[in-house]
Design a protein around this ligand. Structure first.
Ligand SMILES: [Zn+2]
Length: 389
């Protein structure tokens, strides 16, 4: 029997033992309600026979007779939720919520659990509704705000997320500066995509006011200037990224070199890349340098660049790039083709980015981890580089 199913059956047993173990007063009351233990054991029997819905009915009968068994219901509801049986968890928690004879505190707890059921079940509208109602309960307010913040982030409701995070800062004394700055960046991204450049400017300003070292906001400020047809201003903005974090230079390498080239400063662009490879070497920087040199100076220069870099910083990913660069010079070389394919298949796993908080691996660089939803938790480095440090 799987662990959780076993636990599902043992749980009512433990509560039954607790019930029998209660003082004389309770036992007297039990004598008055002779149906109480029968409901317990009928529920237990139904659970053992995998008749979960009927078991819930039996346990609901128990709580009608003895409100002190409420913890059993919370425990069973949470267990159903963990097993992914959201409908059953919702039924249990809705039943508790609708019991007007239960203390307000218990009903607030049921509302909180109901919100979690909807959240886990992916019914975000209903979860939002439950947690919004929960805001009125002082004991549960911060928990409700945290859950709402999670929902707004999932729904990409950035304005609501900003309001919610500000409330948590003000009322609970929590620090959400980094997240709030990213919410403004998300709004800036949307505005840029829609061509609403003034809105984008406002959102970027807000992001930098919240977190003046926000790398993402500094990059977006350059993007906006480039979009407004001012590459010199864009370069000035992107240079500020370097002042905050050299590690993140690879994120602007393509943009900076394209802008310099657009201004007729291709030699400067190549010098910028070579300097960046010296100061902040990384696979991504090497990739950008390789692409530009291949495009602007041809395959021989590109192969020499990768070879030089590999002597300084040997890596499997680097050798894979070198094999590719050599193959561009000798397209008919079957051995080289085989080696390149082999290296590519082995290097693939090492080429992912990895969240420093939860270890979630991704092909693309993320500002927000899809695994743990933390912001800025991805170093701009591939796994091979991270493990080699
Ligand atoms: Zn993560």
């Amino acid at each position: 029997m799987e662990f959780e199913l076993w636990y599902l059956v043992v749980l009512p047993l433990v509560f039954a033992a607790g019930w029998f173990g209660r003082g004389f007063e309770s036992r007297t009351r039990a004598t008055d309600n002779a149906a109480l233990p029968r409901s317990y054991f009928r529920g237990l029997n139904l659970l053992l026979n995998d008749q979960h819905d009927k078991a819930i009915d039996a346990f609901i009968e128990v709580v009608k007779l003895d409100p002190e068994t409420i913890e059993l219901h919370h425990a069973l509801g949470n267990l159903f939720r963990r097993r992914g049986e959201f409908d059953r968890a919702v039924r249990i928690h809705t039943h508790l919520l609708n019991r007007s004879d239960l203390p307000a505190r218990e009903r607030a707890q049921a509302l909180s659990e109901l919100g979690q059921d909807y959240l886990k079940g992916g019914l975000l509208d209903r979860a939002e509704d439950a947690f919004t109602r929960l805001l009125e309960h002082r004991d549960q307010r911060f928990e409700a705000l945290r859950s709402l913040l999670r929902i707004y982030q999932m729904e990409r409701e950035w304005l609501k997320a900003i309001d919610c995070a500000r409330l948590l800062e003000r009322e609970a004394g929590e620090d959400h500066q980094v997240a709030i700055s990213h919410y403004h960046c998300e709004l800036a991204d949307i505005a840029l995509g829609a061509g609403r450049l003034d809105d984008a400017q406002r959102a970027i300003d807000d992001a930098l006011t919240t977190d003046r070292r926000s790398i993402r906001a500094l990059i977006l400020a350059g993007d906006l200037a480039a979009r407004r047809g001012d590459p010199s201003e864009a370069l000035t903005r992107w240079q500020r990224v370097e002042a905050v974090s050299r590690d993140h230079l690879s994120l602007i390498a393509d943009k900076v070199t394209a802008a310099l080239d657009g201004l007729g400063r291709r030699t400067e662009a190549l010098n910028w890349l070579r300097r960046a490879l010296q100061d902040a070497p990384s696979i991504d920087m090497l990739d950008c340098a390789h692409r530009r040199v291949l495009e602007w100076e041809g395959p021989a220069a590109a192969e020499a660049l990768v070879g030089d870099e590999l002597r300084r910083h040997p890596s499997l990913l680097g050798f894979e790039r070198l094999a590719r660069a050599r193959l561009a010079l000798n397209p008919g070389d079957e051995e080289l083709q085989g080696l390149s394919t082999l290296l590519k298949s082995h290097a693939q796993k090492l080429a992912r980015y990895r969240c420093s908080r939860c270890g979630f691996r991704a092909r693309e660089y993320h500002w927000n981890c899809p695994g743990c939803t933390n912001w800025d938790s991805y170093p701009p480095r591939r796994i091979e580089e991270l493990d080699g440090q």
